[in-house]
Design a protein around this ligand. Structure first.
Ligand code: SF4
Ligand code: SF4
Length: 344
């Protein structure tokens, strides 16, 4: 595995060069926010960012994606395959977001059940993770859900970049996979030695100690298994506006809807994000809705992340990025809810 030391400026310049050669999605300044979006050639990435307001799942599981095109002809309906651009992409993300890709892999790419659209995006994507020597938010709780702000060698990451601090800011870039090594020519720097590893380990210890939010994410599984009908659920959702923000910005939420849109003889089949927070999400064609109030929808959200996904995949369905905590308009806080579940 190749490791290089670069100054912060050299690292930013490398990303700019990369953006001139390939499609790169990463942190970009957008007014007062930093969002996950295209790094246009000549535009500096927002490397001093906290975490992007939106999650990067859009790169692998687009908000709206064409699954199929169809045309009515005199002989019947003719269908053609995927219509969206299959571009090679480099994504620049935080470790928690890289971890979310592993969970999406389990959902969309299982033996005998591979979603070709997702798998195609995933295979064409190279993941550059920017470690968090300074955990950006008080709402971060990645260490409670199997994550690490400065991971040793995270699964699913092709290049790991860690800011070691120092005068001009020094970045240790570790090229962990063949996909990562294919980017080596963009990242000019000097070979890193054992001292850089020691500095990274130190930065990791400090970062982990800096994460204050502790959430008993694994511990609540047996409690949830026994308490589907507990009165606790009735007191949970009172303030919820059913706006869906928490699920849209969540890096692991992956519910979707499929619709056909046609104009005269031509049409497209689209897959679009949906949300368990929306009343219509589970409404059946008969008119019956098995999750008829926000109580059932909120229970579903908690159950899905902390019971069903752990049961099915032995992973927690949350990576602790804290976006839902920071962006809920009525301050519903998943950390507190999981802490309260632990006390049932
Ligand atoms: S962001 Fe808050 S108000 Fe909106 S659906 Fe989620 S929990 Fe409810
Ligand atoms: S949750 Fe952890 S990995 Fe994610 S931004 Fe916060 S400190 Fe970094």
């Amino acid at each position: 595995m190749e490791k290089r030391l670069l100054t912060k400026d050299a690292f930013a310049a490398a990303l700019e060069r990369l953006a001139a050669a390939k499609r790169v999605l990463g942190p970009v300044q957008d007014g007062d926010n930093v969002v996950f979006g295209p790094l246009e050639p000549g535009r500096q990435p927002a490397l001093g960012y906290r975490n992007t307001r939106n999650a990067p799942k859009n790169a692998l599981f687009p908000h709206t994606e064409t699954l199929m095109r169809f045309t009515r002809t005199p002989k019947g309906v003719e269908c053609a395959g995927q219509g969206d651009d299959p571009a090679e992409t480099v994504v620049v993300v935080r470790p928690c977001d890289a971890q979310s890709f592993l969970l999406l892999d389990r959902v969309f790419d299982q033996p005998g059940c591979r979603d070709p659209y997702y798998v195609g995006h995933r295979e064409r994507t190279t993941v550059v993770a920017l470690a968090c020597p300074q955990p950006p938010y008080a709402a971060c709780f990645c260490t409670s859900v199997g994550g690490d702000p400065v991971p040793a060698a995270p699964a699913g990451v092709d290049v790991l970049a860690t800011d070691l601090g120092g005068g001009g800011g020094e970045i240790l870039a570790e090229f962990l996979t063949p996909k990562g090594e294919a980017l080596l020519s963009f990242f000019e720097g000097q070979a890193a030695d054992g001292q850089a590893d020691a500095r990274k380990a130190q930065a990791g210890e400090k970062a982990r100690a800096g994460i204050r939010s502790q959430v008993p994410a694994r511990e609540v599984l047996p409690i949830l298994q026994k308490n589907f009908d507990h009165p606790f659920w009735a007191g949970l959702h009172g303030k919820c506006l059913a706006c869906g923000t928490c699920t849209y910005i969540c890096p692991t939420c992956h519910c979707f809807d499929i619709s056909d849109e046609a104009k005269k003889d031509d049409g497209v089949r689209l897959r679009s994000w949906d949300s368990c927070m929306f009343p219509l999400f589970t409404k059946e064609a008969s008119g019956h809705n098995p999750r008829s109030s926000q109580k059932e929808r909120w229970r579903q959200r908690v159950m899905h992340k902390f019971r069903y996904i752990p049961e099915n995949f032995d992973l927690v369905g949350c990576v602790g990025c804290g976006r839902c905590v920071l962006n809920c308009p009525v301050n519903l806080d998943i950390r507190k809810i999981v802490q309260d579940v632990a006390k049932i």
